[in-house]
Design a protein around this ligand. Structure first.
Ligand code: 13P
Ligand code: SF4
Length: 305
């Protein structure tokens, strides 16, 4: 069977079985082509709530599927590859977050969306990379706890000097593999290229670049820019997607080390099995987890617009 035939079969089956396929921006092109919606964490979470289908299939990592379940508890939510998780989401547990809150009475706990459903039950607001600055700026509190990504947290702090964020030592193992030396090396090779990176990158990287944004923010910037060359500091698949959508421009990876093996786990055959009912994992969360975690996600949507 060719890839095209496999894709046609998935498209037919998803309609017959009333499945909405959501694909994170880091998924491969063959999965993008069968998806109903492609986006960053924020876009996907909003789309999950709006989708009319009874089943949502998440091609991404576990916390994204959990977020869909929290927002649409009446729907069946499937994670296409049950082994795809985000290592950063495991850096702080529910109990550690609770301890942090108890040690800092009165300070709200703001969590990056890359966290478990159970942690979200004890946090006050969730943010994504594309909504974080907007949300924290709107919060009435001046001081807050921010978990787990200290690079994203530091980048927010630099843009909102009137706020005080207390950070922990967490971060994305994939984005933290890139350093200032990579930026200098790639700029020397491509002096006319714009450098676009994700806010999960180290501060020394962010300090040297032209644009910092979420995965869809980076893609939008590159697609709309008059520049002809771009060095991309986020998961390497974004370079391939951009090169595919803008063949007249040139895209380079900031570092070949920036590969998220968890995001790479899902294959088109996993998607086929999930829509057939012979694969994927149904996300099941206790009712109280859904109820309590929902509050901070609703707050994100309310403040994030
Ligand atoms: P986005 O919110 O930009 O999609 O990022 C999610 C993620 O996992 C980045 O590593
Ligand atoms: Fe998690 Fe980083 Fe992979 Fe994103 S790129 S899913 S933050 S490990």
């Amino acid at each position: 069977m060719t890839t095209r035939e496999l894709q046609d079969r998935i498209i037919r089956l998803k309609k017959e079985n009333d499945v909405c396929i959501l694909a994170h921006a880091y998924q491969s092109q063959d999965i993008w082509e069968v998806a109903d919606y492609i986006g960053d964490s924020y876009g996907l979470s909003v789309q999950a709530a709006k989708a009319p289908q009874k089943t949502i299939l998440m091609c991404g990592v576990r916390f994204m599927a959990e977020t869909c379940k929290i927002l649409s508890p009446e729907k069946r939510v499937l994670l296409a590859n049950p082994l795809a998780g985000c290592p950063m989401a495991m850096q702080i547990s529910h109990d550690q977050a609770l301890e942090m809150k108890q040690a800092n009475p009165g300070l709200p706990l703001v969590a990056y969306i890359n966290t478990t459903a159970s942690l979200k039950t004890v946090c006050d607001v969730v943010v994504t990379s594309s909504s974080a600055v907007r949300i924290i700026e709107k919060m009435p509190e001046k001081e807050m706890l921010f978990v787990p990504d200290c690079n994203l947290g530091g980048w927010i702090q630099d843009q909102l000097p009137d706020k005080k964020l207390h950070l922990m030592k967490g971060g994305c193992p994939t984005h933290m593999r890139m350093n200032a030396h990579d930026v200098e090396k790639m700029k020397a090779l491509h002096p006319n290229a714009k450098v676009l990176v994700h806010p999960e990158c180290l501060k020394e990287v962010v300090a040297l670049v032209d644009f910092v944004g979420s995965t869809t923010g980076i893609m939008k910037y590159a697609q709309e820019s008059d520049a002809e060359e771009f060095i991309i500091g986020t998961e390497a698949s974004i370079v391939q997607h951009l090169q595919f959508s803008c063949p007249d421009k040139r895209f380079y990876v900031l570092s070949k080390e920036c590969v998220c093996h968890n995001m790479k786990m899902t294959t088109l055959v996993d998607v086929l099995h999930a829509v057939l009912g012979t694969g994927g994992e149904e996300i099941v969360l206790p009712e109280e987890t859904i109820r309590d975690a929902r509050k901070c996600i609703d707050r994100m949507i309310e403040l994030g617009g």
